[in-house]
Design a protein around this ligand. Structure first.
Ligand code: MN
Length: 293
């Protein structure tokens, strides 16, 4: 596989909030252990905002990066955490957790990215936990602002821990800039446009596309127009087979069927999200063999 411009499809989360889902997709299951990528907004809510009712997760971490607006996270461990711009929420589902995500009253804008990180097979059943990271390392170089969300980049280290080698950097510029991003040849990479306009490999990347770069490269040249912002992601290729089915990341069919049955049967495995007003989300019907790749 060489460098590619991949399409992003639209999907709905909560009640009527349309987002752009960059991962997983037919042509690309993941980038390193990043196995899911939703770009929400920027959207202005006329009435109430995002409302994602309690739902379960297993085998993954949810990683939320806030650009504009605020979200309230509640989970079955009892964590209730407001996330604001330039902050990260990291929820490790491991063996099982349930959570809800809602726009607080009075907040009418949302622009965020939510990623899932597939846990390594050896750690897929770790005990669930949740952390909030209000301060990420940030630096301006030649008019370009870099925030290191995960891993190490440009001599900065994110405080967000990971179970596998990963990187994520928010890159923003007020003026037109030509950039050369250093790459680790053992990582594969992706670029998601958050705002503005950029050119990669001589081709324009728009907000409906994900750029993917295979492992082996040592640099990536990007031209950023004034006012551009992008999310730069990378990781060591994740080679174990898995399936992302609904909100579960599983390594075989039996594991998936168990997680599905446990949610259906209100098992203690997922607990209860206290404080959310309304019903939980029910899983779609799981029928037949799911593809693991
Ligand atoms: Mn979730």
């Amino acid at each position: 596989m060489t460098n590619q411009f991949l399409p992003i499809r639209k999907a709905e989360i909560g009640e009527g909030t349309i987002i752009r889902r960059a991962l997983p997709q037919k042509g690309l299951r993941r980038i390193g252990a990043w196995c899911f990528l939703d770009h929400a907004g920027p959207v202005q809510f006329s009435d109430k905002g995002l409302d994602v009712a309690p739902h379960p997760h297993v085998g993954l971490q949810t990683f939320t990066w806030m650009l504009e607006g605020e979200l309230l996270h509640r989970d079955s461990l009892g964590f209730e955490q407001l996330i604001k711009p330039k902050q990260v929420n990291l929820m490790t589902a491991g063996h099982g957790i349930a959570h809800s995500e809602t726009t607080p009253d009075g907040v009418q804008v949302l622009h965020s990215a939510q990623l899932w990180i597939a846990l390594p097979k050896q750690q897929k059943d770790v005990a669930p936990h949740f952390e909030h990271y209000p301060d990420l390392p940030e630096q301006q170089i030649n008019g370009v602002n870099y925030i290191v969300l995960m891993g190490d980049y440009l001599g900065m280290s994110s405080p967000v821990p990971s179970y596998s080698p990963l990187v994520a950097v928010d890159i923003q510029t007020e003026q037109t800039q030509d950039l050369v991003l250093d790459l680790r040849p053992d990582f594969e990479y992706g670029v998601l446009l958050l705002a503005g306009q950029v050119t990669l490999d001589g081709q324009r990347l728009d907000v409906e596309q994900l750029f993917y770069c295979t492992a082996g490269a040592t640099e990536l040249r990007i031209q950023l127009q004034a006012g551009s912002r992008l999310l730069f992601l990378g990781g060591e290729p994740y080679t174990d087979e898995l399936a992302v089915w609904w909100n579960f990341v599983c390594h075989d069919q039996a594991e998936l069927e168990q997680a599905y049955a446990d949610w259906l049967n209100h098992s203690e495995r997922f607990g209860v999200v206290v404080g959310y007003e309304g019903d939980r989300l029910e899983a779609p019907v799981l029928s037949g063999q799911v593809r693991f790749s």
